[in-house]
Design a protein around this ligand. Structure first.
Ligand SMILES: Cc1cc2nc3c(=O)[nH]c(=O)nc-3n(C[C@H](O)[C@H](O)[C@H](O)COP(=O)(O)OP(=O)(O)OC[C@H]3O[C@@H](n4cnc5c(N)ncnc54)[C@H](O)[C@@H]3O)c2cc1C
Length: 333
């Protein structure tokens, strides 16, 4: 008999699995490596200042602490760095936006992330097209591929891994089943009714990128060997299209870079974010079937939010402690 079967080994399932093992639970993780998995394409940016208004989402500080602790300890265990600090240049799109940045730096909560302002000339030297300059901020980056690889290796070595898709009849011996299926929750007979709003996203791996990170809404992140990642697009329709010509052209058109000629595209990837209509995760226990649990809805910010909510999910699963209201599936009548 196992305590928990975890269905899905994306960021959500992998994180929960490790915390459960730490608490001495008997678990099994099941994954079919289905296409469109968000965690396989995510850039791993952890950005506390969101959108054109640089808003700090609720619970950000706690989320950052938990991400740092969790991914830091997994990295330490393996002797590899999977979570690192990053300096991000927020390229201003208008004078109003630059004024907002200056105004906000007077607030301590904002000031802890915002560092300085770079002029248009400074930005040019870094390879950015930024006529109004850029705000420089602290951010972080999670190496998704490395984390998932380390996690899978460890689960396999511990005999806690099984390849395949979930079939209820195969798992009568599991005490509880936790679904971490990403956007495929839409097909789940217990939880598919919840207000998920998956969004497809595309990114490009390109040559000759800048050696620092920048964003004007479209971000560019340096990768090894003089490459960079750029993205991402966002669409709610035709989400299983895979990479598209229009997605690629949109990223290239919006790039904040000073380009000398056409960049060489090395790879073009897409995935589907498990977003929700109210933009908060959806977790908890099924109302009528206590054996079925859900840990999902991390949208476009899984690297920031998954460890924080995984801790709360663990407290619910093992100690029966209530979830934060904003994430509890009970909020939907
Ligand atoms: C283009 C793009 C860029 C992104 N960039 C960032 C970023 O910079 N920073 C950030 O924080 N987030 C980013 N995200 C979002 C991030 O990817 C998600 O928040 C996170 O990966 C969600 O993880 P998940 O485990 O919930 O879902 P997924 O990663 O989709 O994982 C679901 C897993 O479940 C498995 N599965 C599903 N159903 C079954 C079944 N029935 N049986 C067996 N296995 C099953 C699938 O094979 C898959 O492995 C990005 C997403 C996209 C698409």
């Amino acid at each position: 008999m196992i305590d928990f079967l975890i269905v899905g080994h994306g960021l959500a399932g992998a994180t929960l699995a490790h915390l459960l093992l730490e608490r001495g639970q008997r678990i099994m993780v099941l994954d079919k490596k289905l296409p469109h998995c968000a965690s396989q394409v995510a850039a791993g940016l952890v950005n506390p200042l969101i959108g054109p208004k640089f808003n700090i989402p609720e619970r950000m500080e706690d989320c950052l602490t938990q991400s740092m602790d969790f991914f830091g300890s997994i990295g330490e265990e393996s002797g590899q760095t999977i979570y690192r600090e990053l300096v991000l240049h927020r390229i201003f799109g208008s004078e109003k936006q630059r004024d907002l940045w200056v105004e906000k730096t007077k607030m301590p909560a904002f000031g802890q992330f915002a560092q300085s302002i770079k002029t248009s000339k400074d930005c040019e030297k870094l390879g950015f097209e930024a006529p109004l300059g850029a705000g420089v901020q602290r951010a972080n980056r999670l190496d998704f591929p490395l984390f998932l690889k380390l996690s899978e290796d460890k689960l396999r070595q511990s005999g806690c891994w099984q390849d395949g898709a979930f079939e209820e009849t195969d798992w009568t011996e599991a005490r509880k089943i936790v679904f971490c299926e990403g956007y495929r929750v839409l097909e789940n007979p217990w939880f598919g009714y919840l207000p998920f709003a998956p969004a497809q996203g595309e990114i490009l791996l390109m040559s000759n990128g800048p050696c620092v990170a920048g964003s004007n809404g479209t971000w560019v992140l340096p990768e090894n060997q003089n490459k960079c990642l750029a993205g991402a697009t966002w669409k709610h329709e035709d989400i299983e299209s895979g990479p598209t010509e229009s997605g690629k052209n949109k990223i290239l058109k919006d790039l904040p870079l000073r380009l000398n000629g056409e960049p060489e595209i090395i790879e073009h990837r897409s995935g589907i974010r498990p977003s929700t209509r109210d933009r908060a995760p959806i977790l908890g226990i099924h109302r009528e079937n206590e054996r079925m649990l859900l840990f999902n809805g991390f949208g476009s910010r899984g690297a920031s939010t998954v460890p924080f909510y995984a801790k709360h999910m663990l407290n619910l699963m093992i100690d029966g402690v209530s979830l934060p209201e904003e994430a509890d599936l009970k909020r939907f009548k």
